[in-house]
Design a binder for this molecule. Structure first.
Ligand SMILES: [Zn+2]
Length: 261
């Protein structure tokens, strides 16, 4: 089954390259409704909605909201036939609802709170920035976003620890200035807590990651002059579920510091 599927896919991809035939239709004609792993090119040109699909297992019979890889204009993503135990996958999914019923704070609101808020801390949720911060961090930070990078790091940690429970902490400052100028140097720290199962040549990794954002608003004019307000913390947190199967052999893997693509 798996070899036939691979051949069918290669043929479909060839048809797509030569004639632009959508892979999905071809695979349907071939009577194959199996699964694939979405792989992006992992660079700045990949659109965010496709980075969110990176490493997920999808079915040809049920397209994600984005459509299948290669269907969108100029999409360079690939559908790698998913064969359990032979093909790797790895992805994070937000558990926390990022939706906010609060109005979105503008730069003016940040400054107003600096003068009138008496230093009261605010959360990303209540200022309407939670989704933007969490998604920018997950998909836009660096060439492929923190989620993809974290998959590499967790895979390497799992190789080091082997089967059993796994905990991994991380954290760094990021430029969230695109969301609001005052988030220019927010910090995100996180902890992954999960479990590693031995699956022969592969490791199965499952767990959850908690992310904590922190920043302090202290200089509304951004000029280093004290102008009479009160600095206040900006905090936020969210969680994501993680699921992966990676090769124990890092050199064979697409995940990890030494893995090749
Ligand atoms: Zn794409």
């Amino acid at each position: 089954m798996s070899i036939q599927y691979t051949e069918a896919y290669r043929k479909a991809f060839g048809e797509y390259l030569r004639k632009g035939t959508p892979i999905r239709l071809y695979m349907k004609q071939a009577g194959n409704t199996d699964q694939y792993v979405w792989r992006t090119q992992r660079d700045e040109r990949v659109r965010r909605s496709h980075l969110a699909n990176e490493g997920h297992v999808f079915s040809w019979a049920e397209a994600p909201a984005t459509g299948h890889p290669g269907e969108d204009h100029n999409c360079r993503c690939e559908a790698v036939p998913y064969i359990p135990g032979e093909v790797e996958f790895g992805f994070h999914e937000f558990i926390t609802s990022l939706a906010s019923s609060y109005g979105r704070w503008s730069n003016r609101d940040f400054v107003r709170h600096y003068y009138k808020g008496d230093g009261r801390p605010v959360t990303l949720l209540e200022i309407g920035h939670l989704r933007e911060i969490a998604e920018q961090y997950a998909y836009d930070d660096g060439p492929a976003g923190a989620f993809r990078r974290l998959t590499d790091q967790i895979a390497d940690e799992a190789r080091g620890s082997g089967a059993g429970s796994l905990s991994y902490e991380f954290g760094a400052a990021y430029d969230f200035g695109d969301v609001a100028f005052s988030h220019g140097d927010g910090v995100v720290r996180g902890t992954f807590v999960g479990h590693v199962d031995d699956r022969g040549t592969m490791l199965r990794i499952t767990g959850e990651t908690t992310f904590e954002f922190s920043d302090v608003f202290e200089d509304p004019l951004d000029v280093g002059i004290e102008v009479g307000g009160t600095p206040y913390p900006i905090v936020g947190s969210w969680t994501a579920r993680f699921s992966a199967e990676v090769f124990k052999d890092a050199f064979r893997s697409v995940y990890g510091a030494v893995g090749g693509r």
